[in-house]
Design a protein. Structure first.
Length: 141
């Protein structure tokens, strides 16, 4: 299912592993160019008994984004991936919570709702909450 921008999903075994990553942005940009993707969406399903589905980090240096604090399109696609791979319990509806941005001091909660009919994803909705730590103004001439 096409859900937006293309990413490479990279599962890791634990939150500790996810948070310990030191990405090589040059290599990620080269890999992204080679496969014509935005970047890498790295995630851990380890949630310590919380309602969180996954903790995520998103790297898109090919487009000048070393790390993104909230990536709705990637998390929407991740929800679809988890459903299609049988990682989620069978259901006609899922409300998933993805956490991202903690290491950037900009934590976000990204909610993804999947609506499924006859084992086919019919609708993906994303929304969320972020902490705004900086406001920028862009002047167009």
């Amino acid at each position: 299912m096409l859900t937006g921008l293309r990413d490479i999903f990279v599962p890791v075994v634990s939150q500790d592993c996810l948070f310990a990553l030191h990405p090589n942005h040059v290599q990620i940009a080269k890999l992204s160019e080679k496969y014509d993707v935005i970047g890498l969406h790295v995630f851990s399903l380890e949630s310590s008994g919380e309602t969180t589905t996954a903790f995520c980090r998103n790297f898109a240096p090919r487009y000048g984004i070393p790390e993104e604090s909230a990536t709705g399109s990637s998390n929407g696609a991740l929800g679809c991936y988890l459903s299609q791979q049988g990682i989620l319990m069978p259901s006609d509806r899922h409300m998933l919570l993805f956490k991202q941005g903690d290491l950037l001091n900009a934590p976000s909660n990204i909610y993804v709702r999947l609506l499924i009919k006859n084992k086919r994803i019919e609708k993906v909705e994303c929304g969320g909450e972020v902490i705004i730590d900086e406001i920028r103004t862009l002047q167009l001439e």
